[in-house]
Design a protein around this ligand. Structure first.
Ligand code: PLP
Length: 367
């Protein structure tokens, strides 16, 4: 069986280094808000190029905290509108609604699955205060037009960078393009912890400070609570593991790129629509390799029969979920088409050449 993602194999690559750190933290007796988190924050900030990095409990909290801090600072108020792609993982939208802000969904471009920047301006109202871009499947969603638009209308740009750590746009890393960004270190992400983890990067000093306070019960000083905060901290153990793995993220992302390029060059089947290569390979870290096909279930079963595991990211868009039943009447044809047709192929830094070859051969003989 070719697994969709072999997490055991991924983490065994760095077994000695990780086990050494685990033991160190275990023996240190210090498990939260300590030197491991500080060190990882510093290294991640250096890697991304961002002035501030705050470790938090997970990717959803990273995004929630950004909006929450903007509300506390009076930069946003309840009911303000945030433009967000209609095709994203639900966490992007939850971060908005959890803060009693209003998501305004924008259609993606079918060619690259990212928000169609040319459709944003028409959605802007006097209540629009921010745009959340999602670098979906690891591909950068950014352009000069987007920056200009945000400037003209005075909008903040928040990046959901859960899937794209290491991607670059014109020499600048995602997570350092907008005002603030949320990262996820969920085990299956390109930089994965052995459990939950997340981080916020941002440019503004006061925003960073507020997020740090909010993530620790709204408290800067023990037992003095400035805000109604959350408990959202990155564990020392997870930070130590992430710090080991951060050193290898570029090499890991390059391995993903090689596989993606091979798939794109060698999968030749009219039933399969391949993802687009970006002109600059650095604009994609291939968190997922997502194809489209009209008869998805048929292809999925065929792959399963040939011992290749595939997944669907994602089968139902946020606006069609029961959780958002008050949005269920909305229709986004491009988004809905994507959700009906997408299928994710195995891709990871530990995939063998022979496995990549087999995926290609099996797909090429599908009819
Ligand atoms: C994984 C993910 C998140 C949430 O991250 P968690 O760490 O699971 O909370 C947010 N947005 C996107 C696009 C994701 O893929």
């Amino acid at each position: 069986m070719i697994k969709f993602l072999d997490l055991q194999k991924i983490n065994l690559q760095y077994q000695q280094e990780i086990e050494k750190k685990l033991l160190e933290v275990y023996r240190s007796g210090w498990y939260l808000l300590g030197s491991e988190v500080k060190n990882f924050e510093k290294n991640l900030a250096g890697y991304i190029g961002s002035p501030h990095t705050i470790g938090v409990a997970n990717g959803l909290d990273a995004l929630r905290l950004i909006f929450k801090a903007c509300l506390e600072l009076g930069q946003l108020k309840v009911g303000d509108e945030v433009i967000v792609p209609a095709n994203t993982y639900i966490a992007s939208v939850l971060a908005i609604t959890d803060n009693r802000l209003k998501p305004v969904f924008a259609e993606p471009q079918i060619e690259n699955y990212n928000i169609d920047i040319s459709k944003i301006e028409a959605l802007i109202t006097p209540k629009t205060k921010a745009i959340m871009v999602v670098h979906l499947y690891g591909r950068v969603c950014w352009s000069q037009e987007l920056e200009d638009l945000a400037k003209v209308y005075g909008l903040k740009i928040i990046e959901d960078n859960a899937q794209a750590i290491g991607a670059e746009w014109k020499g600048k890393k995602t997570g350092n393009l907008g005002d603030a960004a949320g990262f996820s270190f969920y085990p299956g992400k390109n930089l994965g912890a052995l459990g939950d983890g997340g981080a916020v990067t941002c440019k503004d000093d006061l925003l960073a400070k507020t997020i740090r306070i909010l993530a620790n019960y709204g408290s800067e000083e023990k037992y003095a609570n400035k805000y109604q905060g959350l408990n959202s901290r990155l564990d020392e153990i997870q930070a130590a593991i992430l710090d080991v793995k951060l050193k290898y993220i570029d090499a890991d992302n390059d391995k993903r790129r090689n596989i993606a390029e091979k798939y794109i060059a060698e999968i030749k089947n009219p039933q399969i629509i391949l993802p687009e290569l970006s002109t600059d390979p650095k604009e994609n870290v291939w968190h997922l390799f997502v194809i489209r096909t009209a008869k998805r279930e048929k292809l999925r079963e065929y792959m399963e029969k040939n011992e290749i595991q595939t997944l669907i990211h994602y089968p139902v868009p946020p606006h069609k979920q029961r959780a958002y039943r008050y949005f269920n009447q909305l229709t986004f044809p491009v988004t809905e088409k994507i959700h009906q047709e997408v299928l994710s192929l195995p891709i990871s830094p530990v995939m063998e050449d022979s496995e990549v070859k087999k995926v290609i051969e099996i797909l090429n003989s599908y009819s």
